[in-house]
Design a protein. Structure first.
Lengths: 192, 145
């Protein structure tokens, strides 16, 4: 196997976690803190929301690094999906595959790309339900992350690494919401 | 503290770290809707292993960086500004976020990365997240902080 083939295999969780820590360390060393959700606020500010609401009146020059970082993330995604594409779909647990059937998802066929990344059976522009859930889910993530002053990168990775109690409570909140959605709401929403 | 703004070479470095982040999140499968679904059903250790490992190594690294008084490239000390502690706010905000995270199977970082994979629905999801952020800015004074 050449180096590209080796990297293209799905990564072990321990190596993956270590690499995410490396991103945290690099950004910290470069004088910034790891946080992606603030980019949504940046987009509001770029769009002129600062004229209407002082909350969005921020010094955008101080946020260039984040916008560039996020653009890099998009490019990294493209590279990961092309040059470093996995030979097989994501190997989720058998029990998960079984429960997906209850939601009407055949795995991995429910992802049109066959990768096991997104259930495009639901999330495609030809499906009004999927479009509504996409709008709802995106809205909740955007609202919640700004109200909570951070998302998974800012709280679960950066905040916890700095031993912040407020981040720990916020992450517990992430799980309260995630468990309610996964176990109570999604079975209703997706089978309507 | 010196509040310098990055010039072009440094911005290119941030772009490179962003590319690295996108590749890591793809290869770790942490951007998979199905992995998030599996995590919230506690049917695999995968996601917990990723987050746990990142936090343990991250915590050791942050501790050492502070302990050694490391100066960052912006000539600042490594520090973290704590949030004002407010239990209802953390729980409510976290829960709202978690509801969305599980539904679209994606937190903010993965939204951009999945867009890079050509899952175009994430353009709408990001747009909606921007709208959610704007809505927070409008109603924030009515919420507990």
């Amino acid at each position: 196997m050449n180096i590209i083939e080796i990297i293209s295999q799905p990564w072990h969780w321990a190596f993956s976690g270590a690499m995410i820590a490396l991103v945290l360390i690099l950004l910290t060393w470069m004088g910034r803190s790891f946080g992606v959700s603030m980019s949504f606020k940046n987009i509001c500010s770029i769009s002129g929301a600062g004229k209407k609401n002082t909350f969005f009146n921020i010094n955008l020059k101080d946020e260039y690094w984040r916008m560039i970082f996020v653009l890099g993330g998009i490019v990294g995604g493209t590279i990961g999906f092309t040059l470093l594409k996995s030979p097989e779909p994501v190997a989720i647990a058998d029990a998960t595959i079984q429960s997906l059937k209850g939601l009407g998802f055949d795995y991995p066929a429910s992802d049109e790309k066959g990768l096991g990344f997104v259930p495009t059976d639901m999330y495609n522009f030809g499906n009004l339900k999927g479009v509504i859930f996409a709008i709802l889910g995106g809205f909740l993530v955007g609202f919640g992350s700004r109200y909570g002053d951070g998302c998974t990168s800012g709280h679960a990775i950066s905040g916890l690494s700095h031993l912040q109690i407020s981040s720990l409570i916020t992450v517990i909140g992430f799980f309260i919401g995630g468990l309610i959605m996964t176990h109570l709401l999604m079975p209703i929403f997706f089978t309507l | 503290m010196n509040q310098t703004t990055e010039k072009l070479p440094r911005l290119i470095a941030f772009f490179a770290v962003g590319i690295l982040f996108g590749i890591i999140m793809t290869k770790s499968e942490a951007i998979s809707w199905f992995r998030i679904y599996e995590m919230f059903r506690f049917e695999s250790f995968h996601m917990f292993g990723i987050i746990g490992t990142a936090v343990v190594i991250g915590a050791i690294a942050m501790f050492l960086m502070k302990k050694s008084n490391l100066k960052t490239l912006r000539d600042t000390a490594v520090s973290y500004t704590p949030m004002n502690f407010n239990l209802p706010r953390h729980i409510i905000a976290g829960t709202i976020f978690g509801l969305g995270w599980a539904l679209v199977g994606s937190c903010p970082g993965p939204m951009y990365i999945l867009l890079g994979h050509g899952y175009w629905m994430f353009a709408l999801i990001i747009l909606s997240a921007v709208l959610g952020t704007y809505t927070y800015g409008v109603v924030k004074d009515k919420l507990p902080h």
